[in-house]
Write a protein that binds this ligand. Structure first.
Ligand SMILES: Nc1ncnc2c1ncn2[C@@H]1O[C@H](COP(=O)(O)OP(=O)(O)OP(=O)(O)O)[C@@H](O)[C@H]1O
Ligand SMILES: [Mg+2]
Length: 262
């Protein structure tokens, strides 16, 4: 099964904010990083994949079929899920976490009523939360826990493709590392094909061996993350790399650190 975007162009107010972008997500486990500075068009590409934005030109195909005819199709809507940055209010603030997940199970008629509570507990356990968290409202969870709950809700429909749009940007680095660990485990256990959107190469490095660099809506670089880091061909890639201090070649300061005594 493949999700494939071909030559996507999205024009807003006369400007192409996405300009001829093509990408393919094969069957998982798989990870593709979509990186680029703020405003480069990353989230707009994601919205096209989810069928939330209709591209001005180009197509998105799911299992070979154009999604413009599939938007209401249950298999497509289940197969492609998204997890966004925590601050974007992925979870309804008025709904308890367990209720939010139950709602998804019901909308897709995934389990009989009697089995709903058990399935919610199972989904929460999978992301490291307990049944006790199911009774809480989003504001009663930490940022990391909220992100875990959002991931559990996305997984409730057993998706094949997961778009992660800056999933850890609102979290501090320790929590970020734990969420990335979780995503790595879930990706392999659920054989998910992930598109990870970020402006932070250090995050992408954790999950994606292959990356696409967007700049003003265009793909300016594509390839193995290591190659892209070591031989960036476009200034936009260099800027992204240089924004992550530990990814730049060792600085004189670092190189001159004393060796640890034996
Ligand atoms: N619905 C819209 N109408 C008009 N312009 C839009 C719309 N959505 C996005 N844009 C513009 O398109 C460009 C790309 O936006 P997009 O959200 O895709 O960027 P991004 O790469 O995800 O940025 P960030 O890293 O800040 O999230 C921006 O200039 C934005 O202002
Ligand atoms: Mg964005």
């Amino acid at each position: 099964m493949v999700l494939e975007a071909r030559e996507l162009t999205v024009v807003y107010g006369g400007t192409a904010v996405v300009d001829g972008v093509s990408l393919t997500l094969p069957e998982g486990p798989f990870g593709l990083g979509l990186i680029g500075e703020s405003g480069s068009g990353k989230s707009t590409v994601a919205r096209c994949l989810l069928g939330l934005v209709t591209p001005t030109h180009g197509t998105v195909r799911f299992r070979g079929a154009d999604i413009s005819g599939l938007r209401r199709s249950r298999p497509y809507r289940r197969a492609v899920q998204i997890v966004v940055q925590d601050t974007e209010g992925a979870l309804d603030p008025r709904m308890r976490v367990g209720t939010a997940i139950t709602e998804v199970l019901r909308a897709h008629r995934l389990v009989p009523r009697a089995a709903e509570a058990g399935r919610v507990t199972e989904l929460l356990a999978d992301v490291g939360l307990t049944a006790e968290h199911a009774a809480r409202f989003p504001h009663q969870l930490s940022g990391g826990q909220r992100q875990r709950a959002a991931i559990a809700r996305a997984l409730a429909v057993r998706p094949r493709f997961l778009v992660l749009d800056e999933p850890t940007s609102a979290l501090d680095t320790t929590v970020q590392a734990r969420i990335l660990d979780l995503l790595r485990r879930l990706r392999s256990e659920h054989r998910l094909s992930c598109l990870l959107i970020s402006h932070d190469l250090a995050v992408v490095e954790q999950l994606c061996p292959h990356v696409i660099v967007l700049h003003r809506g265009r793909v300016v670089e594509e390839g193995d993350l290591g190659d892209v880091l070591h031989h960036p061909r476009h200034p936009a890639t260099r800027a992204l790399r240089d924004a992550v201090p530990r990814l730049t070649p060792a600085t004189p300061h670092r190189a001159s650190l004393p060796q640890r005594p034996p």
